[in-house]
Design a protein around this ligand. Sequence first.
Ligand code: F6P
Length: 365
Amino acid sequence: MSERQIHRIGVLTGGGDCPGLNAVIRAVVKTAIGHYGWEVIGIKDGFEGLILPDKTVELGFSSVRGILPLGGTILGTTNRVNPFDYPVVDEDGHETRRSVATEVLERAGDLGLDAIVVIGGDGSLHIAQRLHEMGLPVVGVPKTIDNDVGGTDLTFGFDTALDVATQAIDRLHTTAESHHRIMLVEVMGRNAGWLALHSGLAGGADVILLPEIPFSIQRIDEKVEERDRQGRLFSIVVVAEGARPEGGQQVFQEQRASLAARRLGGLSYVVAEQLAAVTDKEIRVTVLGHLQRGGSPTSFDRILGTRFGAAAVDLIARGGLGRMVALRGEEIEHLPIADAIAELKTVPPDSDLLHAARCMGISLG
Ligand code: F6P
């Protein structure tokens, strides 16, 4: 890494929002201005802020005052914009899709940005890497409630979502027990089972369905019956939105041409219907949805976000372009974005979390 002269940096938040984004933005602004004496430009609505005009704002200390406990992102975000596949209207008025990546680079140059902090999950970091390969000076900060970014032990946002899901499972427990019901609770996480596995463990679930382990309705029912025989007349089933039955498919909310644009969700209703065919017990479904992404970040996510933001600015100062900050054990480190996104981080079959779950008598479907 070689140090270079920096005067002005940009910061953007891309992809789905999550609690802790504002903590990162605040840390970037305070470190860049207060520690290094640089200027900071906020880029609105993810990469779209480098495509459309009038979507940037100068950030100062006053812009980030009071935002540490706030969920969401003061810069706005989108998980629907990809500069490499962007809708444009041609001279005949027809909408076509093409790459506007060159325009993005030109715009960053026009804004005088010596580096851009991209705060994003897997999708945004892929875009950042491709733009970096074209010459855009970026550093990455990994965010997402899914915790599926490689190279880092944790992404910020995960802890808050986990807290929300665990509280929900706790609440469902009491009503499930009163009514002797099977309660299905669907959590987010896309193709990674981290949120389901952690919340299921923390909430004392009886069954956890993960994208990494295909399930069978019969095995879920066997677990419910086993509990019945023990006098435990209710069961809590945590369903990861990205799980799938043996030999079956994931469930999406709508059919879209592009797989990347399809939104997972609704699996728990399918599981409920199939379970109803084999059990006489009453079944109820709760889909937690975006509740997991909203609201104030936990203290853990505020601290991790703050550490990531400060470290990202330090990384720019040391010339670490094309790299991403990461949590490894207790330390903040960094690695090439390309390495971090090489593979989605899913729950490995030999995870001690799975072992612990099995030891607790939890069925993994
Ligand atoms: O990646 C974060 C996430 O919340 C996933 O867990 C979920 O599948 C997806 O985003 C939902 O996206 P949207 O906000 O577009 O509904």
